[in-house]
Design a binder for this molecule. Sequence first.
Ligand code: CP3
Length: 342
Amino acid sequence: MNDVFLKACRGEKVEYTPVWLMRQAGRYLPEYQAVRGNVDFLTLCKTPELAAKVTLQPVDILGVDAAILFSDILIAVEAMGMNLEFSDKKGPVLSEPIRTKSAVARLTVPDTEDSMPFVLETIKILRKELKVPLIGFSGAPFTLATYMIEGGSSKNFLHTKKMMFQNRGLFDYLMKKLTKTVISYLSAQIVAGAQAVQLFDSWAGVLAPSDYKESALPYVKKAVTAIRKEHPETPIIYFVNDCAGILKDAKKSGADVIGIDWRVDMSEAVKKLGKKVVIQGNLDPCALFLPKEMIDDRVIDILDKAKAAKGHIFNLGHGILPETPVENAIAMVEAVHKYSRS
Ligand code: CP3
């Protein structure tokens, strides 16, 4: 068992810097496309044998040090009672966005065993097959709320902010339900065999720092505290996209590892996050379109700067893009392993 990733999560000394990629199972891999050609995305998420198969693909092809469960953050939103569809053009669509008290009241805090058994089954299959640790995940409460309130992806998050600013009680009611869902969903994944968990706060960076502190962070903190209490051994990673303005606050989440995007320089991130948390990140996903020698340079730069942190897990600053040449992703992983050893 390769446990370099878990050691790094705990801030222990490692022989090289572990690396994995957000969205490492996906459309840039022809092997994924081949599976996806026969089933729609949600069916793929809900068929344990297939979900396990595509989870394993990047581990073998890229040589990464961790696997991430193949699923989607919106699976839990569907389980709460919303109608979810993925359209090739528009991305996720949640019909009947949540805008009223009665709509929030109708949402359930799902029991994972009952309403998402396929997730737990996938984890169990994977733990038998994997030789690297398995990361479970959930959307963070604010990011999940944006999809539910907007009804899908958004440009300016107007409906979400309107609810936050004009109907605080309702926003809070929704966020509390989401926080309970996140806690119980991640705990169930850990019980089933996930060895670390990541909270994706992909949209927290659209908030002004004071709004982040008031309307997103407290719920993340609550989730981290509850999961830590039940599962003190399991590392918790908190990824915040567009994090530059809120890094000092994101640290207060209490997570063991903070994942950062590429818009902030690694030195600056280390300075702001201090010596108590491990940092994950943060190569620009578009850097994988550079010539290979230049990918090396960027990898070396991030590795060097991250040496000042408590620990470092190499990753992209956000998900890998579908257009990415596979050989460049492989080259990046090799570069991380090679240069962090010397
Ligand atoms: O990282 C992995 O390899 C595990 C699988 C994973 C997926 N989604 C698969 C996926 C994970 C961890 C996610 C998380 C997720 N999903 C996030 C947080 C991370 C981030 O990117 O910010 C978000 C915001 C979503 C919601 C989502 N899912 C959107 C907006 C879309 C459409 C855009 C797109 O990339 O197509 C998805 C679809 C999705 N999730 C795909 C995959 C492989 C593509 C579906 C396909 O095969 O057609």
